[in-house]
Ligand binder design. Structure first.
Ligand code: NAP
Ligand code: ZN
Ligand code: ZN
Length: 351
């Protein structure tokens, strides 16, 4: 099957229309008509080779929502017409301790990324900025009826990336949680942590988005450009989740952690992050990281979102706005996730 797509041919050129060939569904495969694809900052890091050289051409997109259009002969979990989602990975070894535990994102042999990776068949994987994709049924999620397709797409990465650490560090009633950066990940963090019953604070570069932050569920909102923020909130938080895509000086943020507090890094900036260990020994603080979530927990997150009426706040765009959207994401000018309407993906003009 040949599908229309949008992708990058190098780290420096804008993305452009292209086509991708998808395999015929094997016995355990689900063929999906992609309806909406979210733009994650990781897409930008990848296509610009900020995390090391990408394998061009790259069709990004790992926040995928769509509909099942065909099934392999042995598929049992889905039917044609089902509302489904695909997140950051489409396969893993299924045998290692992590896979057996249901934490496929930490597969010891390496998960197979939805794009910019090599599939188990040896072919390069290509992502969701496309009109169709074929994925093994074990890596496909069910999107509950009550969540709008377009608002559901960003849950597949931004949603689970925040849900997983919030659960792991037992965020709930009585816990004070801060989210650094109110972008795609950050706004999901605010909604999810508030729904879990925690007291949520947004730490943003300015107060520009304060009204939104409070509407999304935060109780407090501070600008990190104001040095007083770091004095007022000294030794304050149980958990801080850093979603910022750029390198920050972490020293003042560690100062905001209470005794036994943890700062969880989910943002993946290009350069290493220096740590002064005195910031950790004081208050017995921890500095941790977290990467997306396993398939079972992603389903749990989608069901949690349905139960709590949570979807992403999105700005729907057409294919010809993707490059401009990238620039706006980099400028922190996104409220709060760009989502591509894949019906606007056209085949490249033939020369
Ligand atoms: P995003 O929508 O661009 O949000 C990042 C936010 O960080 C911005 O909205 C902005 O918030 C803040 N920010 C940006 N540049 C900044 C700077 N120079 N100084 C201070 N704050 C800055 O990006 P995203 O899609 O949420 O992704 C965020 C990061 O997480 C990326 O690095 C991405 O690759 C990574 N990621 C990790 C995982 C994982 O599994 N760990 C999964 C997905 C994405 P304010 O305007 O509110 O300050
Ligand atoms: Zn992502
Ligand atoms: Zn594995």
């Amino acid at each position: 099957m040949i599908v229309n797509a949008y992708g990058a041919t190098s780290a420096t050129e804008p993305l452009e229309p292209m086509t991708v060939e998808r395999r015929d569904p094997g016995p355990h495969d689900v063929q999906i008509a992609v309806r909406y694809a979210g733009i994650c900052h990781s897409d930008i890091h990848t296509v610009r080779s900020e995390w090391g050289p990408a394998r061009y051409p790259v069709v990004p997109g790992h926040e995928i929502a769509g509909e099942v259009t065909a099934l392999g002969s042995e598929v049992t979990k889905f039917r044609v017409g089902d509302r489904v989602g695909v997140g950051c990975f489409v396969d893993s070894c299924r045998e290692c301790a992590a896979c057996v535990r249901g934490e496929e994102q930490y597969c010891e042999r390496g998960m197979v990324g939805t794009y910019n990776a090599k599939g188990r068949d040896g072919q390069p994987t290509q992502g969701g900025y496309s009109t169709g994709i074929v994925v093994d049924e074990n890596y496909v999620l069910r999107v509950p009826e009550s969540i709008d397709y377009a608002a559901a797409a960003p849950l597949l990465c931004a949603g689970i990336t925040l849900f997983s650490p919030l659960r792991h560090w037992n965020v709930g009633p009585g816990k004070k949680v801060a989210i650094i950066g109110l972008g795609g990940l950050g706004h999901m963090g605010v909604k999810l942590a508030a729904a879990m019953g925690a007291e949520v604070t947004v730490l943003s570069q300015s107060l520009k988005k304060m009204e939104d932050g409070l509407r999304l569920g935060a109780s407090h909102y501070y600008a990190t450009s104001d040095p007083d923020t770091f004095t007022v909130l000294r030794n304050h938080f149980d958990v801080i989740i850093n979603t910022v895509s750029a390198n920050l000086d972490m020293h003042p943020y560690f100062g905001m952690l209470a005794v036994d507090g943890t700062l969880v890094e989910v943002g993946l900036p290009e350069h290493p992050v220096p740590v002064n260990v005195f910031d950790l020994t004081r208050n017995r603080r921890s500095f941790a990281g977290s990467m997306i979530g396993g398939i079972a927990q992603t389903q749990e997150m989608l069901d949690f979102c349905a139960e709590h009426g949570i979807g992403a706040e999105i700005e729907l765009i057409s294919a010809d706005q993707i490059n401009e959207a990238y620039e706006r994401v980099i400028a922190s000018d996104v409220r709060y996730r760009f989502v591509i309407d894949t019906a606007t993906l056209e085949a490249p003009a033939t020369a």
